[in-house]
Design a protein around this ligand. Structure first.
Ligand SMILES: Cc1cc2nc3c(=O)[nH]c(=O)nc-3n(C[C@H](O)[C@H](O)[C@H](O)COP(=O)(O)O)c2cc1C
Length: 141
């Protein structure tokens, strides 16, 4: 059974809804899922998982959330991430997903295998939720 960790930051709930959809897909595909707000997450939640999803809104000038998600993500800069499968997901108000492109490039530099990116405008619609579930299933493979 694959261990999938889903770590996210959300205040208004839009990113949380995506996290829940990814969880649903991964569980349906038979994975053991750990889902946490980043405030409660540990580095080992990532290092001990077979595959990972990270979620954030675009905040503070079109960047991932800076107080909790940014320092967490930064921890992986110098770790041997072994090309681990990673899905990035999030929500934006007006940057049209620019924050996601930057985040994705960064995680590839940190030696993650980014298998999916999903940036939605404010709250996800049904197609976007279906895609989030599909990403969850892929993480469980
Ligand atoms: C304090 C604050 C700062 C934000 N900054 C940005 C931003 O720089 N760029 C952007 O595209 N959207 C920005 N947004 C919009 C959020 O990314 C968007 O509302 C998102 O859906 C919030 O996710 P959440 O509901 O999971 O917290 C900001 C929202 C808030 C409340």
């Amino acid at each position: 059974m694959k261990k999938v960790s889903i770590i996210y930051w959300s205040n208004g709930g839009n990113v949380e809804v995506l996290a829940n959809a990814i969880t649903e897909g991964a569980k349906e595909a038979g994975a053991e899922v750990l889902i946490k707000h980043v405030a409660d997450a540990k580095i080992s939640d990532i290092t001990e998982a077979d595959s990972v999803a990270l979620g954030s809104p675009s905040m503070d000038n079109n960047r991932i959330e800076q107080k909790e998600m940014e320092p967490f993500v930064n921890e992986f800069k110098l770790l041997p991430n072994g090309n681990k499968k990673l899905v990035l997901f999030g929500s934006y108000g007006w940057d049209n997903g620019a924050f996601m492109q930057e985040w994705s490039n960064r995680m590839k530099d940190y030696d993650f295998d980014v298998i999916g990116e999903l940036a939605v405008k404010e709250s996800p619609d049904q197609d976007e939720l279906d895609l989030a579930k599909e990403f969850g299933r892929k993480l469980a493979e």
